[in-house]
Design a protein around this ligand. Structure first.
Ligand SMILES: [Fe+2]
Ligand SMILES: [Fe+2]
Length: 268
């Protein structure tokens, strides 16, 4: 713990979690939340509102009329998608450095993948799954702040089969699950999110095995150098998903297509 505390203390500034993200995360839990509740939350944030309107009016959605009201924009894309979009857009300013861009892309991939399986395999609430996937590696932000070239520099070793988490331990004396917990506390994130941040590399140690197993499997599935045998059989069994067959490649293609399209739309 000393090592982590020292690392955090040496950083000048830890980013604040945007208020709107916390409010949107809380709404994810509320089955009675309406589009109006969500619209109320973002209407106080002009740049966020403008970004949502620009996205909804983009060719991707293909609406024939110009949409100028946030209420209508959110109603058209649907409550579930709208919540996820808002959390993703509102978090984006936290990933400003070049070194955070890869993390941002990876977070979107895991978010979309978790939502995908949660929905298709009935594992858990799919909105919640999206948020868990999106936040799981946020602890890496600390290492990007400490050394913006770190993940770039270890790329070759990772491609050769080493795990980033082991290399973090080697270089910093702690890893992103530990720094993640510190951020989760600082931001007062819900327990399920901090639990996933802490245990997504060791799901069997968590009291929330399904959520952590889901993130663990998707995290591996969306890696550029993913191989069929990467996902632990025990995790596959827990989730009831067969990752060992060519079906996994189909899941993967669908997830990457949707995630990378979302990434592109949010990057412009
Ligand atoms: Fe991780
Ligand atoms: Fe990850």
């Amino acid at each position: 713990m000393d090592e982590i505390q020292r690392l955090i203390n040496n950083l000048r500034e830890i980013p604040a979690m945007p208020n709107v993200v916390m409010q949107a995360i809380n709404l994810v839990k509320d089955p009675n939340a309406s589009v109006k509740d969500l619209a109320d939350i973002i209407s106080y944030d002009q740049s966020l509102s403008a970004k949502v309107l620009t996205l909804v009016n983009s060719a991707y959605y293909g609406f024939s009329q110009q949409i100028t009201s946030i209420n209508r924009a959110l109603a058209l894309i649907g409550m579930a998608k709208a919540k996820n979009l808002i959390i993703t857009i509102a978090m984006r300013p936290m990933f400003t450095k070049q070194s955070d861009k890869e993390l941002w892309k990876h977070s979107i991939r895991v978010a979309v993948g978790c939502e995908y399986f949660a929905k298709h395999k009935n594992i858990m609430n799919s909105d919640e799954a999206f948020v868990l996937g999106f936040m799981h590696d946020v602890g890496k932000m600390i290492f990007n702040m400490k050394d913006p070239m770190f993940y770039e520099n270890i790329k070759e070793r990772v491609e050769a089969g080493e795990r980033p988490i082991d290399l973090e331990n080697e270089y910093f004396g702690c890893n992103h699950t530990q720094t993640g917990i510190i951020l989760a506390k600082k931001w007062q994130l819900p327990v399920v999110i901090s639990n996933v941040m802490k245990y997504h590399h060791e799901p069997s140690e968590s009291s929330m095995v399904m959520a952590c197993s889901l993130v663990n499997a998707v995290d591996l599935l969306v890696q550029d150098n993913y191989k069929l045998e990467d996902i632990d059989l025990e995790i596959s069994n827990t989730l009831g998903i067969d990752f060992s067959s060519s079906k996994a490649e189909v899941f993967r293609d669908e997830i990457l297509e949707e995630a990378d399209s979302l990434f592109e739309r949010l990057s412009t």
